[in-house]
Design a protein. Structure first.
Length: 652
């Protein structure tokens, strides 16, 4: 789940966002022509391609839509999604009659019913209920239907995003004779004009082509993109392969997900370079830990969420104070007690902000340092990506690029003071130039810009390695054989092409799996009986899942592990090598259990007679406990409690 609206300053007071997030409408237009019913041609050697094995191109496109729908439910439940099949034999929509358009899912907020509908979709269902047809104008009708569905949606205004999945390079001819536009092309442009004029409306093309083949944009789709988005976004060679246009088939999940979710900035600041020179930049969180959602309480009668309301009441009049009246309270407590030591102090939010901040917001340049001055331990929190904002201040991108290029060529970094708002505590940061990196298929891996590294203050630095209590009294150096064994171990356990971003969090996946089952009114799936289960973070998970490596590779790795162990003399040698005490700590001796009381000695005490006479207090505590122990009664408490317990037992 990507929560771009979550502030990077989570430990501090939240403020109102400068640009409130808007709702987004995502509509999948999937070509249902006969070519989409062909089976997917996938690369069996690629693990990602196994998601599409045995499916048709149409089923693969619906599966991508289902995947994005699940992501939207978790990340942005207020957004709306819809799925429409065009070039269909039957025409079924809830917004009127549109020839050869089948509404698989109306444009609305996704829920359990929508997920179940897409899960149940199959080629057999399509051939039985929908059918495939070849109708050139169906794409035009689908674009028209998209606009109608967007207008009929209730609620706040939202941006529109249309994603087209097709294998048809030329649905119809653009020209009839010579250079005269055809009637079908003029009609399509007429339907595209509302999307072009409305801000926030875009169209994305996702060609469904097998690996190794190309998708020619020139006959038809380049003109569509040119008309809708302008010439700048439609430039390129006449023939663009699937890697350059929408990557490979196995990347459809990640590509559509990255394009479907807006990258919202977490902060907008002004970068002051000195001498009155300023430029506007935005901060983005490219990577952050994904956590489970907060637990919400709902009413058992209505099913609506129960929201706590807190307010301050005037003790004299009983009136509830307004929001702008003092609401924050602070008081001190004694250590180990729950009673306040001093009376409560009520403060306004403005007073709290003036105390926490230093009064200067923005980012100010202090100077430049070589990149070699930055150490690994200086990075104490997640970094932030910095990118220019020409919309806020013209010329920011030009100035930013000049600085970025000069820093990259000279190998320097910028040291700045950052305070996103006046109420934020200032911190020192380092801005590192980041070059654009591409994958083997020429897709972007990392964007060009500046990485903002948060630097520690002198008060934050610690040196535990300099304390003998942490490192131990002696540290004998290892010999050459032990170092060689360690090098062999590291060489054998190298993980080639390891991408941590491709490993799913097993705890979160189980959490979402249970939530999805509860939303669908189904029983949550049971965990696997295997000790490894579905946890891909365990070392032997690949072998359990049937994806283990060859026996020779496993044997070489195990030999390296055993060789490293033997180089230190086994467990004892390794303990001696690191300078620890080989003698195990002695376990504490348990206290001996109390001997059972002697029945004759207990009877000789005359407890019953003394209880009637009221002289039990004359006995000692051990004598009273002997009688209680013999009668299987509690032994705790003071002497008066023991006497009362005995008298209660005897009914005196």
């Amino acid at each position: 789940m990507d929560e771009w609206n979550e502030s990077i300053y989570a430990e501090e007071a939240q403020e109102e966002e400068e640009h409130p997030p808007s709702k987004e409408q995502v509509l999948f237009l999937i070509d249902a022509s006969p070519a989409m019913l062909d089976p997917c041609e996938v690369d069996e050697a690629e693990d990602q391609d196994k998601d599409f094995a045995g499916l048709s191109w149409l089923e693969a496109a619906v599966k991508v839509a289902l995947h994005i729908m699940r992501q939207k439910i978790i990340a942005a439940s207020s957004d709306e999604l819809g799925v429409v099949l065009y070039s269909a034999e039957k025409s079924v929509t809830s917004h009127g009659h549109f020839n050869n358009c089948y509404e698989l899912q109306d444009l609305q907020q996704p829920g359990a019913e929508a997920v179940q509908k897409l899960e149940a979709f199959s080629r057999q269902f399509f051939e039985r209920e929908v059918g495939s047809a070849t109708y050139p104008a169906s794409l035009t009708n689908a674009i028209w239907l998209s606009k109608v569905m967007a207008k009929s949606s209730k609620g706040s205004r939202a941006s529109m995003r249309i994603m087209v999945f097709t294998r048809n390079q030329q649905p119809f001819a653009r020209f009839d004779k010579g250079h005269d536009p055809s009637q079908k092309w003029n009609m399509l442009r007429q339907r595209l004009n509302p999307l072009r004029e409305e801000a926030g409306s875009t169209l994305e093309l996702y060609p469904m082509v097998p690996p190794g083949e190309t998708f020619d944009l020139e006959p038809f789709w380049r003109a569509v993109l040119h008309h809708l988005r302008g010439a700048a976004s439609a430039d390129g060679s006449e023939e663009v392969d699937e890697a350059q246009q929408v990557f490979r088939l196995r990347d459809l999940f990640s590509v559509v997900r990255s394009r479907a979710h807006k990258k919202r900035s977490v902060a907008s600041v002004t970068w002051k370079l000195g001498g009155g020179l300023e430029l506007a930049v935005k901060l983005y969180q490219l990577l952050q830990p994904q956590t489970k959602g907060n637990t919400l309480r709902i009413s058992a009668q209505t099913g609506y969420q129960v929201k706590p309301v807190q307010g301050q009441v005037d003790m004299l009049t009983g009136a509830v104070l307004e929001a702008d009246n003092p609401a924050a309270q602070f008081f001190f407590k004694k250590q180990g007690t729950h009673e306040p030591r001093y009376p409560k102090v009520y403060m306004t939010s403005e007073e709290v902000a003036s105390i926490k901040g230093q009064g200067h917001s923005g980012m100010e340049l202090l100077g430049f340092k070589p990149l070699s001055c930055l150490k690994e331990h200086h990075n104490w929190r997640n970094s932030t990506f910095v990118y220019p904002d020409d919309g806020e201040q013209a010329g920011s991108a030009t100035c930013f690029i000049a600085l970025w290029q000069a820093m990259r060529e000279s190998g320097t970094m910028a040291i700045c003071r950052l305070a996103a708002t006046k109420a934020r505590t200032p911190c020192l940061v380092a801005l590192l130039p980041q070059q654009e990196e591409l994958y083997q298929d020429d897709s972007q891996a990392t964007p060009p810009g500046l990485q903002l590294i948060y630097l520690p203050f002198a008060d934050d630095c610690r040196q535990p390695e300099a304390q003998p209590s942490f490192t131990g009294g002696t540290r004998p150096p290892p010999n050459e054989s032990q170092v060689a064994a360690a090098e062999l171990l590291m060489a054998q356990l190298q993980m080639a092409d390891f991408d941590p971003g491709s490993v799913l969090n097993p705890t979160l996946q189980r959490h979402y799996e249970v939530l999805e089952a509860l939303a669908a009114a189904e029983e949550p799936p049971l965990l696997e009986d295997s000790a490894l289960g579905g946890d891909p973070t365990l070392p032997a998970w690949g072998e359990e899942a049937g994806e283990g490596e060859e026996e020779e590779v496993v044997a070489a790795r195990m030999a390296a592990i055993l060789g490293f162990k033997a180089s230190g003399g086994g467990g004892e040698g390794l303990v001696e090598a690191v300078g620890l005490d080989a003698e195990p700590a002695k376990k504490g001796v348990k206290r001996a259990a109390a001997a059972p009381p002697d029945a004759e000695a207990v009877a000789a005490l005359g407890i019953e007679a003394k209880a009637k006479a009221g002289t039990l207090a004359a006995l000692t505590i051990p004598q009273l406990k002997d009688w209680l122990r013999a009668n299987h009664l509690p032994l705790g408490g003071k002497k008066d409690e023991l006497v009362q317990r005995i008298m209660t037992k005897l009914g005196v």
